[in-house]
Design a protein around this ligand. Sequence first.
Ligand code: FES
Length: 118
Amino acid sequence: MSNETEERPSARKVRALSLEEAIDGEAQRVDIEDQKIAIVRIGEIIYAIADMCSHANYSLSEGPVDSEEVTIECWKHGAQFSLCDGNPVSLPATQPVAIFEVETDENDIYILIPESSN
Ligand code: FES
């Protein structure tokens, strides 16, 4: 009845770090293929956000993490981004930064890289 095609985006699951390497309250940069990603651990939760400020090309992983607000701050001009959805929560950035789905097992952290992101 419907000729609608359902397109389900696929993703590659790529190991990023061991859980031991992810330090609580800090960001660590990983390079996965051509993606630069900041991995942030807050307690038992792991977040992954593109390691590039949307205001200018500066690395978010070099900025401080706010564990209570669940944000990371760009060290260059101070914009903060939600680690939950990548949206800016303070100026001067006005555009979001991509986030990535994360999976963990008992030892390792995996990032789901969308196939369309190449
Ligand atoms: S480069 Fe990140 S706030 Fe300006």
